[in-house]
Ligand binder design. Sequence first.
Ligand SMILES: [Fe+2]
Ligand SMILES: [Fe+2]
Length: 309
Amino acid sequence: MSELAREMMAKIEGGIRLESAHEMTDEYRETLLHLLTMQADSELAGGYGYVPWITKAPTVEEKHVVAQIVKDELRHAAVMYGLLADLGFDVERHVRRHDEIFTMRIGPDADIGTARITSDKRVNIFYYPIETWADFVFFNFCMDRGAGHQLEDVRGCSYGPWVRAIDGIFKEEKFHIRHGESWVKKLASDPTTHAEAQTTFNKWYVRTLNIFGRPGSPKNQLYRRRSASRSPSGSRNGPSSPKKPTSQAEGRRRGARRQEPGAAQGVDIIPLIGSSPRAGLHAATRCEVMSSLGSPWDPREPRCDYPTL
Ligand SMILES: [Fe+2]
Ligand SMILES: [Fe+2]
C-alpha cells in the first residue's frame, strides 16, 4: 500500500473527511468521479425532461411549481458539476458532448431494466418519457423519494464537499416529493383519475426500484469491498432496519455493530449511490411509499404484489 493510501485510510478511519484530490488515491478519485457524474448527469437530464411541463401543467400555479422544480434540478446539476470541476474533471467537454443526448428519451412502453443505453451516466429512469401530468406527479412521488434514499447515503460518505452539497439538494428534493404526494392524493381520491393513477404508479414504482442497480455488478462489489460499514449479506438496510445512518460517525458505529464474521475489512471509502444492497433499499423505498399512502402494511412482512392506492 502506498504512503498516500495509508494516509488516506488513516483519515477516513479517524472520521476525517477528505477535502481535495491531493488526499485521495487514483482508485478513490476514479470511483468518486463516476458517482458524482452519475448524479450530475441525472440532475441535468431530469431537469430537461420536466421542461415541457411548464407549458402543459394544469394551472398557472402548477406551471410555476414545475418551473421551480426545473430550476432546482439545474441548480443541483450546477453544484454537482462544480464538485467535478474541483477534482479536475473537464465538465465543459463532458456537457458539450452529451447535451443533446441528455434530452433523448425511449418509448413509453420500453423496458430497459437496470441498463444504461447512452454514453452519459444518468440513472436509467431518466430515459423514460414523462408523457402525462400523472407521469410528472408519480415521478416526483416515486423517483424523488428513491433518490432521497441515495442522497441520505451520501451524507455518510468520506468526501466532505459532497456531504455539504447534499444538504441543500436534499431540502429541495423533499419539496418535490411533497408536491408528488399532494397530487397523488388528488388523483387517487378522484374516481375519474383513480385508475390512471394506479396504472401510472405501477409503472414508476418498478422503474424507481431499478435505480438501485444490480447487487452483483462489478462496481457495486467494488464499493462494498471498500466499505467497512456494510455486511456482505446486505442486511444493513434490510426490511427491519430501513433507516440509514445520518452521519459518518453514526454510520461507523452502526457498521461496527453489524459487521459479520468474514466481512471484507476495509475503509468506509464511499458508501454511496449504487453501493447499497438493492433488496434493502427496495424495502426502504417501499416502506416509505406505503406510509405516504397511509397503508397499514408492515414493511417487515415481505410482500411481492404492488400496492393499490
Ligand atoms: Fe435533483
Ligand atoms: Fe427532484
